[in-house]
Write a protein that binds this ligand. Structure first.
Ligand code: GDD
Ligand code: MG
Length: 364
């Protein structure tokens, strides 16, 4: 924990996207509220910001996301939290919300901007220090990935100055494997580069201008980093976190079911006889699991119910969803919040069920 006397450290969290690649789970909850090992992503982000000395967070969201966040009330962890809402029907992109929050962010100090859909171990203190030391206009956290084509990719010159920033280069044409991790420190001069009142992409419109000025700097991070953009990545983020906390997980006491660690069971989970939970199962609050159920590599959100004789592998089951007895749920299926799959139904691999929908015929 650090703090610089007299300075208020602020962070703007971009969380107003529509998360289309996570549908149908994202139809009824924004990405930033997806639980990662039974805690909303936003809470993980808040905790990390507070740990690194941040005092204030501004949530740049649309009205619906604001509604969900207010309803779910993730703990603020001691942060002062404000909302800055994109205009109805005209989202502002990844830079427009920064301009819109100019008054809240102020002109006194550099501030943090981060994507609200990354689950990462980012040292914000180091990011701010690098920013100040290098006299940058913008300092970007960078991490290495195998396939950079889905991200913003940088080319560095000496001294970690960025000489090229390319957003989502075609496969095979990225200049390096170092990508924009989705967290920045910006100096207040950047407000002047962002046109007001329209959607602006920080990656496509603003970073290239800062590169021209020779004041875009990279700061490598080494810890865990995940963008939970797609269902498989969402499951992977839960898996990686289970692995990293597994030495601290103790085996839950249950006489009825077998637990194969690593597993996370939230409060009030009921397990039926002869069920096998794990490895890599995350089970939310008050979930009811029947007899002879097997769950591996899956996430079950709170208040869901899984009846007897069901096997789940690589599956996400939404909040309050119901899976009937002996349903045959294929690998990689996504059952959204409050959906119901009747007994004996067959869902082929990778099927998706929309929120509150009832499935009474096989999906072949
Ligand atoms: N308020 C607001 N308004 N937020 C938005 C808007 C908007 O119009 N559009 C997107 N966001 C938020 C999203 O909710 C997300 O948290 C963040 O901005 C980034 O948007 P994504 O749509 O998730 O972008 P991406 O994952 O394709 O790419 C971005 O993230 C990568 C790292 O995960 C880029 O910044 C890449 O350069 C980067 O590598
Ligand atoms: Mg993203």
């Amino acid at each position: 924990m650090y703090s610089i006397i007299g300075e208020t450290v602020k962070a703007l969290i971009l969380a107003g996207g529509f998360a289309t690649r996570l549908r149908p789970l994202s139809c009824s909850r924004p990405k930033t509220l997806f639980p990662i090992v039974n805690k909303p992503l936003l809470q993980w982000i808040f905790e990390r910001l507070v740990h690194d000395g941040v005092d204030e967070a501004i949530l740049a969201v649309n009205a619906l996301t604001q509604f969900y966040i207010r309803q779910q009330k993730p703990p603020k962890c001691g942060l002062r939290v404000h909302f800055s809402i994109d205009p109805h029907k005209s989202p502002l992109g990844t830079a427009g919300p920064i301009r819109k929050a100019e008054k809240l962010l102020g002109h006194n100090e550099p501030f943090i901007v981060l994507n609200g859909d990354i689950f990462a171990d980012i040292d914000y203190k180091k990011l701010i220090e690098t920013h100040k030391k290098t006299n940058a206009l913008a300092t970007i956290a960078l991490c290495r990935v195998e396939d950079p084509s889905r991200f913003g990719v940088v080319e560095l010159c000496e001294g970690d100055c960025i000489k090229r920033f390319i957003e989502k280069p075609p496969k095979g044409q990225a200049p390096s494997n170092l990508i924009n991790a989705g967290a920045y420190v910006l100096s207040p001069e950047v407000f002047g580069l962002i046109p007001e009142g329209r959607a602006v992409s920080i990656e496509r419109e603003i970073f290239p201008q800062i590169v021209e000025a020779g004041r875009l700097v990279g700061c490598r991070i080494n810890g865990l980093w995940m963008d939970i953009g797609k269902p498989a990545e969402y499951l992977e983020a839960n898996k990686l976190l289970l692995d990293s906390i597994s030495p601290t997980i103790s085996k839950p006491q249950t006489s009825s079911a077998e637990i194969r660690l690593p597993v996370a069971l939230d409060q009030g989970v009921v397990l039926g006889e002869n069920s096998v939970i794990g490895p890599y199962a995350v089970i939310g609050k008050n979930v009811k699991i029947g007899k002879n159920v097997t769950i591996t590599n899956s996430v079950v959100f709170s208040d869901a119910e899984i009846a007897d004789d069901v096997q789940l592998h690589g599956v996400v089951v939404g909040e309050g969803a119901y899976i009937g007895r002996h349903a045959n749920i294929g690998y990689g299926c996504i059952i959204a919040d409050q959906a119901k799959v009747r007994e004996n139904i067959y869902l082929r691999d990778g099927s998706t069920v929309c929120p509150a929908k009832e499935i009474s015929e096989n999906i072949l």
